[in-house]
Design a protein around this ligand. Sequence first.
Ligand SMILES: *Cc1c(COP(=O)(O)O)cnc(C)c1O
Length: 426
Amino acid sequence: MPSLLSPSPVWHPYAHLKTQRPAPRVVGGEGASFTLEGGETLLDATCSWWCMIHGYRHPRLVRAIQQQANTLCHVMLGGLTHEPADRLARELVRITPAGLDHVFFSDSGSVGMEVAMKMAVQYHQLHGRPGKHRLLSLMKAYHGDTAGCMAVCDPEEGMHSLFAGYLPRHHFAPAPTAPFDAEPDAVEQDLAALRVVLERHHHEIAALLMEPLLQAAGGLNMTSPQYLRGARKLCDEFDVLLVFDEVATGFGRTGRMFAADHADVTPDVMVLSKGLTGGYLGHAATLATGRVHDAFVGDSPLHAFMHGPTFMGNPLACAVALESLAVFEEEDYLGRIAALNEVLHNELLDDTRLAEHPAITDIRVLGATAVIETHDAADLVGVDDWARERGVWLRPIGRWLYTMPAYITSAQEMRRITEVMKGWFG
Ligand SMILES: *Cc1c(COP(=O)(O)O)cnc(C)c1O
């Protein structure tokens, strides 16, 4: 058996194997912080890729998993059902925008998006429009790492350009540029760009996909609720389904329960993951409206939706997701998110010295999300070590230094994070 001191066989994600350093070993966590072997404690500014919204070792979430484990850890959803799946589906229908009445479970955000894309293509097929088999995505988009998802990520700046030859080709519209609080005029230009692509290619487009309001991994690009409303209208005009990838934005990240809520828009399909289980287990849900669902009601074998991940509706994941939602509502998480937003506003947006720093091109805040955008990824080299020396876990994406904290992060902890983010720029 290899000793713990020999190089680990664990292959880390997004890592340069030649230059990577040994990863710190996490032994536990409590609240917004996790602890490393040797006792070092780090305040997590990213809540583990934005999913650990209740922080680590939340007693209610831990108990929900333990209790469910005593009853039923897993059973297939093919031909069978169980109470946690049924209850979670009902809860998701209750809290999501009106009209999303059907829930397809899967095991990760990427697979949830694959399900959404297949649903959209099959929907048009079943309506006798087999030519509508391509997708329309936005530049700066990130929708996951599986093949179908890679094909709808930003094809230029995105991380998957190396696979261009392997992937199906879809259509892309420019990323929206109007900020969250933009005047309607500013949004018109973004919508006009979307219209151009739809006018030219709608006959082959099944769905428009977007991360509503916040394009997360592609650079924390934020836009206006007006853009969502305009996109909804364009989709109706061109008979294109609207798919919201709320894997990152769902469960409060933008300040409302869902980004769609800011715009009062119901997409045809919506995908949830990351925060769904409070990060405690991998799971995802793809919700569809009655219009989409009912297209699949029919007599031919082609009407079945041919997808079924082994672990879809896993009872442990459903049980902890139900508990996560209960805590979210009972403990006024939207209020906590508003309080975090206030700190982010005061400490980052209102800091005039920071705004004038020559390395910084923009600072954006939305809900419990803040980003300092720099000119060049080189401006952020070393920031993770520097933050760690100050007790904070930060992990920039390219030239974006950001925080998406757990919602249980206190105002004082939030300020510790913003101090470190600002401190890097002197
Ligand atoms: C993380 C993410 C995904 C992929 O989810 P995985 O669970 O990592 O497969 C998809 N879409 C968005 C917007 C994401 O942020």
